[in-house]
Structure formats: C-alpha cells, structure tokens
Design a binder for this molecule. Structure first.
Ligand code: PRX
Length: 653
C-alpha cells in the first residue's frame, strides 16, 4: 500500500469540484468556508445557536456551552426529543409520504418505509419498550442485523429516553457479556438471525449464550427476520418475547416527551489500548447537531438525493450516518443488509443502479476489495446517478482514491475523505464538496467548529510536513462526554497529553496548504478493515486458550484490510506447535471476540523477546513484522537468540 508519508508528500494531483457542483452546493467557494469556519471558531455560541435552530426543540436553551475541561455541556436549559427531529418533524414539513428508508435484504427482498410509516413503527415500538417497564436512562442493548428494525429500535429508545448500546452483529457471545456487564443493560433487542454471505448469523443463539453469564437482562425482544428458514430459536418463558406479538398489543400513537440537552443518548463500545473496550457516552442535543450539520454541509444532502452509507449500525458510522444524521435531514436513504460480495462483488453497483443512489459513503477497505474484483462489474452498471462519494474509517491510499474517482465516480463526483472517530460523534476533518480542492489521501480541512492542530511532544504546533499528534483544541457539540462509568479513564486517555485539549490518538501532519494527512494510530490500536481493534484484546483472547502461556499482537500492512493481525504465541509446557493448533487458536479468537479479530498469521515462539525487566518488546516485533529485520541493538534483550529464530520464521512466510 502506498499511503506512506513519502507518497503523500509527492502527491500533487489536485481535484476541484465542477462549476456545476459548486453552484448548487451550500458552501460554494473557499471564501465562504473560511468566513464560516472563522465564525465557528471565534464565536461558537453564535455559530452553533444558528445551526441548532434547525432541530426540533420543545424548550429553547439558555446557554450554548459550559466548558470545564474536560467536561462539556451544550445547549444548557434546552429540552428536546432526538426522535422528533429525526421523524416527527417530517410529518409537518411536507415529507410525510417521502421514502425515509429503502431497505434491501441480502436475499433480495425490498421494503420501503415513508417518514409516516417510520413514525408509526417507532411510536409503536416505543410503546412496547414502555410496556416492558423500560425507563429513561435504562440501558438497552441492540444486537441486530441491518434491518429497518435496528434503526426503529434505536429511535424508539431515544424517544423514551432510554440509552441504547448497539453491538455489531459480528461480535461473539463473550463480547456481548463484557458490554452487558459494563453498562448493566436491562433489556436486549435482537433478531432470530440475519443474512450474511448467504448464511444465517445466529444472533439469538449468541444472546442466549451471553445471558447465561449476565443475569441482569429482564426482557429480550426478538424481531423475526429469518422465520422458518433458520433453525428455530429458543424463547425463554418470562424473558423472551416476539417483537411482532408485543407490537400487536400496543397503540401506534406516542407523544414524544422532552429530555434535557445533555440526556444520555447512547453508549457505543470501542477498542482502546487495554483489553477492556471503552463505553463511549454520547448525549442528545450536541450529538444530534453534529450528525445533522455534517450531513447537511459535507454530504450536502438535498430533498431529491438518494443517500447510501454502507456501514453497519453497530459502528459509530451507522449511528451518525444511517440513524441520526440522514433522518434529521429528511433524506431518502438506502439500507442494505448483507455483504458487498454476495452473490458477487457487483452487489453494491446493482443497488446503486436500482435505486439511483446519488450520495455513496463507504470504507477504503471495501474499495480495495472492489479494485481486486476488477472493473467489469461496476462498468456493467449505470452509475450515472452518483453525484458525491465519501470514505471513512482509515487512510485511503491514493490508488484506491483514484479508482473510486474514475471507475465509480466517472471522474465527475467530488470525494469527501472524512476523518473522525467514535469519540468525536461526527465528521471532524473533511472536504466540503462544493469548494475544497482535494488530493488523493488527505482528509483536507477541519469542519466548522473543529479546532484541529498537530502538536509535538512539547506542545508546540508542528510546521508543514512535520509529523505529530492530532489534537482538537476546543470542545465541539458532538464530542463524547465521558467513558461510561470510568471518568478516570476518560481523563487519562484523551486529556492528559496537553492541558485542556483532546488527543485523538492519531499521528498526522499538515501540508503547506493546511491539509491534514492522517498517518494512523499512535497507540496499540489496529485498524482492520476500518474497524478498531486493540492488540491487548486479541492478546487476552489468545491467552484465554488453555495451551497459551503468553501472546503478543502487532499489525502488519495488508493489501485489502489496511492492517492485518499478526500474533506471536508462547505455548504452555510441552504443547507442540502444529498447523492444527494454529487454526484452532485463530478460531478461538473468533469465538472470543468475533471474526474480524482472527489473526492473519500466528508465529510460535518458545519465549517472547523481553527486556531484562521482563517487558515484551512489542516495538521490536512491530519492526520485525514490518521490515523482516531489526535495526537497533538487541543486546539489552534478556534473550537475543529469540529474535533470530523469529526472523527466520517470518522469512519463510
Ligand atoms: O485512526 C483513525 C481512523 O479510524 C479511527 C477511528 O475509528 P472508529 O472510532 O472505529 O471510527 C471509525 C469511523 C469514524 C481514527 O482514530 N480513521 C477514521 N477515518 C479516517 C481514519 N484515518 C484516516 N482517514 C480517515 N478518513
């Protein structure tokens, strides 16, 4: 992959939006962007108050921001119901019969929900949750496939003030337990299964497994997605109920009650540098405003757009750019249940053609897989409806950017490379499609209100092309409020490096034009297919296997996935390393965390390279994996011979 700094620095291709695009865009030129950006930084109160007026409020705020680093409160005194902005308001503004969700299941069935129908479904399900005794601030876990019901469940929680925590359907039963315990969830919403690559994902079975260990869930509401086509699911009497049966017993009318601006909206778990995932807490008004304004300006959403974000609702991208942002903008969006390569790599392009998608948002890892599958599939489809393309989740290498631009965008669509994180809630650095000159590989400039900078170790701002740490120097509306139940970790992880500033954990640099080039994580977090994965999580999954004494995990550049997972394992006692054991350990990690965490390569070693004080030299393993060599002095190691042995093993690969 050539997303190295060298290729960044040599990148001199610049792409500007067409005159036609700029003319119709909300932000038409750089002067307008600069003016608005300056206002957003110098007078955030005025800037954000103006934007916030476009949301549905039941009571106006009295103060825009209260900032006592590292704790922010936005729109104090205001009251709103997030669901009203996303659904109810469209029943009054002429969009009632407009398609909100056009859904396609992996087997091919389709369903369209208008805003009125969505409202009805959400109200009805809100009443189901109320009937089950769910109260404001109760935590409700959602573990579902990509069906409209996943979005309905999220909105219904928001509507009654319950805090949802969505867990990606690819996570294992054990991962569910960790999250349930951390947030002490009271209810679980799941499905009898979901379709993925032609098979059925046994979601309810995983839930049953998890609930053997965590006993706090009183109600499991099961949406019937698979029905008779899957193995019958077991329903535990007194705990498990069918969504459709409960819905049939309640009214489809529900008045949205107002909650404080800072009422918790959701907890979303993400990986950090320890084995324990962090529960990122987002609250109501500021988060919604971030999702809303970024959709409005960065995707430049219009009433006649058909927007499609290919993320899963289990990730932050699915929260901000499927559930909340697009709906608050009243756009029509496509939602697809399954895999990009089912039945073949033409599936996405079929969907773009079929529904005349105009805005398309995906991940570089998917683009790289499409490149590998060849140009024939996209070229056999009519992609002329597309007008804007986006990417998210990892640095995009210039080759992938160019392919996306020419083969998918037909050379006419601006590309917004959007940098942000679970913690930031909404896009932070991105081109604005009607004005920002783009270069393959850079997320370009900060969004309104985002005071991004790159600092060196001493806190000085880095000059052009000097690498440093990416920080945000001022609070922004959609920022995380804390790590659920762990304020200390919140302060230590994000606010310790520089006084009053948020440290993102990414290394980056700017070029002479001020464009931000994100290099990648500075901590022990990998980015595998755009998904965050802590090396410590994989290590603890490995050592939970009975034959493993010790494990060390590092990343390696991977052609499709961005980063692959490489594990070094020391076995207990006399256990012999075999190919079968290698496979078993991979599957074990899959079982403990989920398939995305399975190591690509496992190397057995009689001992880990360690310092004399007994610390594993991960830096050395990283270097060995990246280059096949060790440049520094290894004499300080307790066991230098180990390195030779590992070097030989890696060479054989
Ligand atoms: O390293 C950055 C990378 O993804 C991390 C955030 O991961 P997560 O919280 O799972 O959210 C992903 C979706 C927003 C960041 O710290 N990242 C995200 N977007 C980009 C990126 N790296 C480079 N370019 C991007 N556009």
């Amino acid at each position: 992959m050539s997303n190295s700094i060298e290729s960044h620095l040599q990148e001199d291709r610049v792409f500007k939006p067409s005159r036609e695009f700029s003319k119709n865009a909300r932000i038409k030129n750089m002067a307008q962007y600069t003016r608005m950006y300056q206002e957003s930084i110098e007078k955030p109160g005025i800037f954000w108050a103006r934007e916030a007026k476009e949301l549905a409020w039941q009571k106006k705020w009295t103060k825009v921001l209260d900032w006592k680093a590292p704790y922010a409160k936005w729109f104090l005194g205001g009251k709103l119901n997030v669901c009203e902005s996303c659904v109810d308001q469209h029943l009054k503004n002429g969009r009632a019969n407009k398609a909100a969700l056009i859904w396609e299941g992996e087997p091919g069935e389709t369903r369209t929900l208008t805003y009125r129908q969505l409202h009805r479904e959400v109200c009805q399900f809100a009443n189901v949750l109320l009937a089950k005794g769910i109260k404001p601030k109760d935590r409700v876990m959602i573990y579902m496939p990509m069906t409209p019901e996943a979005v309905i469940a999220m909105l219904a929680c928001a509507r009654i003030g319950a805090v949802h925590s969505v867990i990606f359907g690819g996570f294992s039963a054990e991962s569910i337990v960790d999250r349930l315990e951390d947030c002490q969830a009271k209810a679980m919403i799941t499905s009898d299964g979901g379709y993925r690559r032609g098979g059925v994902v046994p979601l309810k079975e995983n839930v049953d497994e998890a609930l053997k260990k965590y006993k706090g869930v009183e109600t499991v509401i099961v949406h019937q997605r698979i029905g008779n086509e899957g193995a019958p699911v077991k329903m535990k009497r007194g705990r498990d109920v069918w969504w459709h049966e409960e819905a049939a017993q309640v009214s489809a009318k529900h008045e949205a009650q107002a909650f404080d601006s800072e009422h918790p909206l959701f907890i979303l778990y993400t990986s950090g540098s320890t084995g324990k995932p962090k529960g990122i807490l987002h609250t109501s008004a500021g988060y919604l405003l971030g999702a809303y304004t970024t959709c409005k300006y960065i995707f430049d959403m219009r009433d006649d757009d058909v927007y499609w974000c290919t993320a899963d609702v289990g990730w932050i991208t699915g929260h901000s750019y499927i559930a909340y942002g697009p709906l608050a903008n009243g756009v029509t969006q496509v939602m697809y249940e399954g895999a990009p390569n089912h039945p073949d790599f033409g599936r996405f392009w079929d969907i773009v053609e079929k529904y005349s998608v105009s805005i398309f948002y995906t991940a570089p890892t998917a683009i790289r897989a499409f490149i590998k599958a060849g140009n024939e599939l996209p070229q056999a489809r009519d992609l002329s409806s597309l007008r804007l393309l986006g990417t998210v989740g990892e640095p995009i290498n210039p080759e992938a950017w160019m392919w996306y631009h020419t083969i998918i965008g037909g050379g006419r669509c601006p590309i917004v490379d959007t940098w942000w994180q679970t913690e930031t809630g909404a896009i932070m650095i991105s081109p604005l499609p009607g004005c920002t000159p783009t270069k393959p590989g850079t997320a370009t400039l900060p969004f309104f209100g985002v005071d991004a900078a790159i600092l060196d170790e001493t806190g000085e701002e880095c000059g052009p092309n000097e690498g440093g740490k990416l920080v945000i120097r001022k609070p922004w509306p959609s920022m995380l409020r804390t790590i659920y139940g762990d304020k200390k970790r919140y302060r230590d992880t994000y606010w310790k490096d520089y006084q009053g500033m948020y440290t993102a954990g990414d290394g980056a640099r700017t070029d002479r034009k001020g464009n931000f080039w994100i290099v990648g994580r500075l901590d022990d977090v990998l980015n595998v297919s755009g998904h965050r994965l802590g090396t410590a999580e994989v290590e603890s999954a490995l050592v939970s296997h009975e034959v493993v004494a010790e494990a060390a995990v590092v990343g390696r550049p991977h052609e499709i996935k961005g980063q692959g997972v490489v594990a070094f394992v020391t076995l207990k006692g006399s256990t012999a390393p075999t190919d079968a054991l290698n496979g078993e350990l991979r599957n074990h990690v899959g079982k403990v965390i989920g398939a995305i965490a399975k190591p690509d390569e496992i190397y057995f070693t009689p001992a880990m390279p360690k310092t004399r004080s007994g610390k594993i030299m991960r830096r050395l393993l990283k270097e060995l994996v990246a280059t096949g060599e060790i440049s520094g002095n290894t004499t300080t190691l307790e066991n230098p011979g180990i390195v030779e042995d590992l070097r030989a093993q890696l060479k054989k690969k």
